[in-house]
Design a protein around this ligand. Structure first.
Ligand SMILES: [Zn+2]
Ligand SMILES: [Zn+2]
Length: 68
């Protein structure tokens, strides 16, 4: 008799964000639906490149996102 494989889909709730720039964990990061996450510190450092006031552009997918 074969034992039915139990595929337990354990969805561990991730409460932490990991910045894609500095790879550190944060309680909050600016994020994009594509999965891109960036912390406020890195965001400010890259502001000139991705942000234009109240919005920022995801460097991964090019989506325009609102700042906070
Ligand atoms: Zn960072
Ligand atoms: Zn994106």
């Amino acid at each position: 008799m074969e034992e039915p494989k139990k595929t337990s889909r354990r969805r561990s709730k991730v409460n932490d964000y990991i910045c894609h720039c500095c790879r550190k964990k944060f309680p909050y990061c600016l994020n994009c639906p594509c999965g891109f996450q960036i912390c406020e510190t890195c965001f400010r450092e890259n502001l000139w490149g991705i942000s234009n006031g109240p919005t920022w552009v995801c460097p991964d997918c090019g989506r325009v996102r609102m700042t906070f």
